[in-house]
Design a protein around this ligand. Structure first.
Ligand SMILES: [Zn+2]
Ligand SMILES: [Zn+2]
Length: 362
């Protein structure tokens, strides 16, 4: 059975041969992996910036953006049957009794940092032909979403963010009407964020460096968002160009860009960080002005990472909404399907928007 693994000790990334998983027991589910999406996190693991093998092992099987098909179920499984399509979640709780987040099943808010993540941290991932997962970590996929369901895990970022926005804006003593959202970045996370905002009836713009004539800009316009190019607008001028900005959704991982754009956030606005910048030299910022704005305009700045089980269900509902509203735009996010043997090469270079490894497909 094939899998794709990184070997941090020897800096290798290759297809390996693995024994088949043992017969499932209890509430375990045997999954035949259908598709695994590749993202920036995978490329960082494949360039050995992080990624931890399970304790005592020399390699980590990667892959966390997965779509699987139930191949067999343990005797304790109650809701899934062979043939069902499922999305596995990624993060597993830490074991500390005092971590109230993990004890409440919200390991996305883990306070100890001792969580594990499949394909990233101390647990093998899903870029393998067969794997075993607990039923409680799996979310059922409606069959009509199969062709794009591999986008669910990256979509959970936006699904969780929107859920947080709704909760946080309950601080306003009125019901906000149509609000304006600006997405920073036109990569997969940014585009899925933009689709999410459009589906939630925000007046949505994507700000990115590609020119107005680019394919990315065209894709953005195809689902009803506006496109603003960094070529003709500076980030601090976004408010002047678009009008009051109620929400920024950052999906670039560039602190200079993000904090410059923060200057353009409107009163009572929200700024959501999802990108993780590489650590470099200190960035120069107009910190006094930013702090003044945050206080005098009741602004809220927050980060969001990972997702809970509920965000997977939300993301699938959102994916269904997006497929009803602009199906061709959603399909355009997946720019290539490749075989498992091509996966190590895919990890070394980025092409297109979302590249997907197809392991099995009927
Ligand atoms: Zn990812
Ligand atoms: Zn925890």
């Amino acid at each position: 059975m094939k899998a794709v693994a990184v070997f941090p000790g020897t800096h290798e990334v290759r297809v390996i041969d693995q024994p088949q998983p043992p017969v499932v027991k209890g509430t375990e589910v045997l999954l035949r992996m259908r598709e695994v999406g590749i993202c920036g996190t995978d490329r960082e693991i494949a360039s050995f910036q992080y990624g931890d093998p399970p304790p005592g092992e020399d390699h980590l099987i990667i892959g966390h953006e997965a779509l699987g098909e139930v191949a067999a179920v343990g005797p304790g499984v109650t809701k899934l049957r062979p043939g069902d399509l499922v999305i596995p979640s990624v993060r597993r709780p830490c074991l500390h009794a005092e971590c109230l987040a993990c004890r409440a099943g919200r390991q996305d808010f883990c306070v100890t940092g001792d969580f594990r993540e499949r394909g990233i941290k101390q647990t093998h991932g899903f870029l393998t032909e067969l794997t075993v997962e607990e039923e409680s970590n799996l979310t059922l996929v409606p069959p009509d979403l199969a062709e794009v369901a591999v986008l669910t895990e990256p979509l959970t970022i936006a699904a969780k963010a929107v859920q947080q926005v709704k909760t946080l804006q309950q601080r306003l003593p009125w019901e906000p009407s149509r609000q304006r959202a600006v997405i920073l970045g036109a990569g997969p996370v940014g585009l899925l964020g933009a689709m999410t905002m459009v589906a939630h009836n925000f007046e949505t713009y994507v700000y990115s460096r590609e020119p107005q004539s680019s394919d990315r800009a065209d894709l953005v316009r195809s689902f009803g968002a506006g496109y603003v190019s960094g070529e003709d607008t500076a980030p601090e001028d976004l408010g002047k160009k678009l009008g009051n900005i109620d929400l920024f959704y950052e999906a670039v991982g560039n602190a200079q860009l993000a904090f410059t754009a923060l200057e353009a956030l409107g009163p009572n606005g929200l700024f959501i960080f999802t990108g993780i910048p590489p650590l470099g030299a200190p960035t120069k910022l107009p910190a006094d002005q930013l702090m003044r704005n945050i206080v005098l305009e009741n602004q809220l700045v927050f980060g969001t990472v990972n997702a809970s089980r509920s965000a997977y269900a939300l993301a699938l509902r959102l994916l269904g909404q997006c497929m009803a509203l602009f199906p061709d735009s959603v399909r355009r996010l997946i720019t290539a399907h490749r075989s498992i043997d091509e996966a190590p090469g895919m990890l070394l270079r980025r092409t297109g928007i979302k590249e997907v490894v197809r392991l099995a497909w009927n």
